[in-house]
Each structure stands twice: as C-alpha cells, then as structure tokens.
Design a protein around this ligand. Structure first.
Ligand SMILES: [Fe+2]
Length: 184
C-alpha cells in the first residue's frame, strides 16, 4: 500500500449532485497523440500487469457512489455499446457546468447514465469495508450532497508501478483527453 501520508479522503459534494464520466483510469486520461507515441503498443501487457492498477476504497460511512463493470479490466478494447454510452454525454453536462438543471433533474440524469452502462453494478460499501478494484476497468463515481461521504482512498504500490508512474504520469491530461474523445 501507499504510505498513509499519500492517501486521500474522498468527500461528498457540498452543494450539488454530479457524476464523473464512465472511464478507465489512465487510458482515458491521455490524449491520442501522446498515447500513440508512448504507450499504445505496450498497453495490453501493462494493463494486465497485476502489480499495477489496484486501488482501494475504505469508507467511514456507507458509500454507494462507485459503480463498476465487472471483468472489464480483463480486456483493453471497449464494446460498441460502451463507447456509445461514453459518447452520449460529457463531463460538463454531468457537472451541469452551465447551471441549467434542478438538483433533482441532475441527480436523476447522472443516475440514469450510471445505470445505462451494460453490466454495471453499484458497489455498496459499509463502514470499515475494504474494497480493492482494478482501476483500468470501467468505473464511475456518482455523488449527491445529502449523503455523507468520507472514504479513505489509496492504491497498492509496487516498485515497478512507481517507476512506470514516474515515466508516464506527465502524459495525463484528463480534461483535454475527454474533450478530444467527444470530438472524435
Ligand atoms: Fe477513476
């Protein structure tokens, strides 16, 4: 595990509901040109390295905000339905950045988007549970302000994963990568 000092606590939103996009960590947060140049040809092997990509959530309060597509971590290709769902909305809409929706409408919109992913399951974590998951599989966080959330969050570290991150994490640019994917 990472040292405690490098762990984080995930809080619920203060004001409004929102959801992340459905995504696969790392792969979906790099723009296409650097991806092709640096990682595309070695991604299959890297994604399936079990010394990498293991994240941990330990809730202090009941936490049902994470959804996951079981087994999706075992393949690097997306199905057509997964790609279509990803393209059906944007991070800007899921955050209602233009402030057009009521809180109730936004909550329902985000929930429908979570539920529409083929095969998705909602994780229900009780206080003290230990959840470890492959974060290169499809997952999402869906949040509402009326549910108290404090969840310890970290990752399982290994020497070779640390080396990989030092080499490639400068390629991460999540917002730009998301915008690019929605243009294509
Ligand atoms: Fe993630």
């Amino acid at each position: 595990m990472q040292p405690t000092a490098d762990s984080t606590i995930l809080f619920g939103p203060r004001d409004r509901p929102w959801s992340t996009e459905w995504h696969r960590d790392f792969r979906d947060h790099i723009e296409e040109a650097p991806w092709e140049e640096h990682l595309a040809d070695k991604w299959g092997k890297t994604a399936n390295n079990f010394n990498f990509w293991n994240q941990v959530n330990c809730p202090l309060y009941e936490d049902n905000s994470t959804w996951y597509v079981p087994d999706s971590f075992q393949r690097v290709e997306n199905t057509m339905q997964e790609s279509e769902l990803y393209g059906s909305t944007t991070q800007e809409i899921l955050r209602d950045e233009t402030n057009e929706q009521s809180d109730e409408a936004l909550e329902l919109f985000c929930l429908n988007y979570c539920q529409a992913m083929p095969g998705a399951v909602q994780l229900v974590l009780n206080p003290g549970d230990f959840c470890i998951y492959r974060n290169i599989g499809w997952h999402i966080g869906n949040y509402v302000p009326y549910r108290k959330r404090m969840t310890l969050h970290t990752q399982c570290d290994t020497a070779d994963f640390l080396e990989f991150r030092e080499q490639y994490f400068n390629l991460l640019n999540a917002r730009a990568a998301s915008l690019e994917k929605h243009r294509s």
